[in-house]
Write a protein that binds this ligand. Structure first.
Ligand code: MG
Length: 374
């Protein structure tokens, strides 16, 4: 199949390299190989049983981190293709971006970060990098997946200066105030488009949100109106889907248009120019504002809904209890997580807990604390 022509500012087929030198893969690009390694990793399969807002056992139709990551890849690839960027790289970054997430979504991340506050903290972006650089044990010649620099820099979306200084070339941009490649910028915003929209859909499906409430959000209201005018008798589930898909389309189209404008204005000739320029992948000012309104609606009405807060509280308790139990007695840890040195104990415990799925964490809590399980 003929290769689509890449723009001069795209990441081309060659890479800045892998941490361990490997010959180029015959028959696929470096970034296709990264994507394939990610899909075959254990951490990727675990995403099926990790959630963002709803806990895995709440219903079969809610998004999990796996379906979320696939939606991010879909949106990211569509944008990349339109902009002449490297689709394989966007796909690899999208599929890997949540690999380091704890069980129970943001509640889990916050709880684990609190537990780790005297031990260097816990941050899911850094953990995603740790998974692909170190924790996956699959290859004979190296730890981790030995991904390309460009994929790794895309996975490391945020990073403190303190951590960046310890990460070598992939941390450099945070110290020098530079941007990552455009493919990473696309994956980042595709993530945001995906979760805002699927959280609206899941929020409505769960009954935690209502169409009436959502009518206060301009982006939603405008598309809802459009659907209702065109199809006055449509069943509600279809109305929701039609509205959400139009929202995604509007956001994607706006993002492409604004990014094309930014690229024309800054005229990058290569990836290095992209790194030195301000962020080029962006929404228009108006769409940025609509998007912000949607995010703040979701924060108030969904993420802080009392039923979500109850689950959040339970998740914090589970993570806190597990952390404390393993710290007090590391002999409870499975042997592969038993730290070699006393000084590594907290990080080993964090790695073990972060790798758990929602249901595994619930079961592990029961195995350790419930007397009737003995
Ligand atoms: Mg995400």
């Amino acid at each position: 199949m003929p290769e689509l022509e890449l723009a001069p500012y795209a990441v081309t087929k060659s890479t800045h390299g892998r941490r361990v030198l490997e010959p180029s893969p015959p028959g696929r690009s470096e970034f296709q190989r990264d994507r394939d390694r990610i899909i075959h990793s254990a951490a990727f399969r675990r995403l099926e049983y990790k959630t963002q807002v709803f806990v895995n056992h709440e219903g079969d139709l809610f998004r999990t981190r796996l379906t979320h990551s696939i939606e991010v890849a879909q949106i990211g690839r569509s944008i990349a293709r339109r902009l002449g960027l490297n689709e394989d790289l966007v796909e690899a970054i999208s599929l890997a971006h949540d690999l380091g997430h704890t069980p129970f979504g943001h509640a889990g991340q916050e709880a684990l970060n609190d537990c780790m506050k005297d031990h260097g903290g816990f941050e899911h972006n850094l953990q995603s990098l740790r998974v692909v650089d170190l924790l996956e044990e699959r290859y004979a010649a190296f730890d981790g997946l030995n991904l390309c620099f460009e994929t790794r820099e895309g996975i490391l979306k945020h990073c403190s200066r303190e951590h960046a200084a310890q990460l070598g070339n992939v941390g450099e941009r945070f110290l020098k105030g530079r941007r990552p490649n455009l493919e990473a910028q696309v994956a980042n915003l595709a993530d945001e488009i995906a979760y805002n929209n699927h959280d609206v859909d899941d929020g409505l499906r769960s009954g935690l949100l209502t169409l009436e409430q959502l009518s206060s959000v301009r982006l939603f209201a405008q598309h809802l109106e459009e659907v209702r005018t065109a199809y006055p008798d449509l069943a509600e589930r279809r109305v929701v889907h039609e509205t959400v898909r139009r929202m995604i389309n509007t956001l994607v189209t706006d993002l492409i248009r604004q990014t094309e404008h930014n690229i024309r204005e800054h005229a990058p000739r290569c990836v290095d120019d992209v790194r030195a320029a301000p962020p080029l992948v962006a929404f228009s000012t108006e769409m940025h504002e609509f998007n912000r309104e949607l995010k703040s609606f979701l924060r108030t009405h969904l993420y802080r809904h009392y039923r979500v807060m109850r689950m959040t509280a339970k998740a914090r308790r589970i993570i806190g209890d597990l952390f404390q139990a393993f710290m007090e007695d590391p002999r409870l840890l499975p042997p592969q997580f038993n730290p070699q040195a006393e000084s590594d104990r907290a990080r080993s415990v964090a790695d073990y807990i972060a790798g758990m799925t929602d249901r595994y964490a619930i079961r592990e809590h029961r195995r350790i604390f419930a007397i009737e399980e003995i």
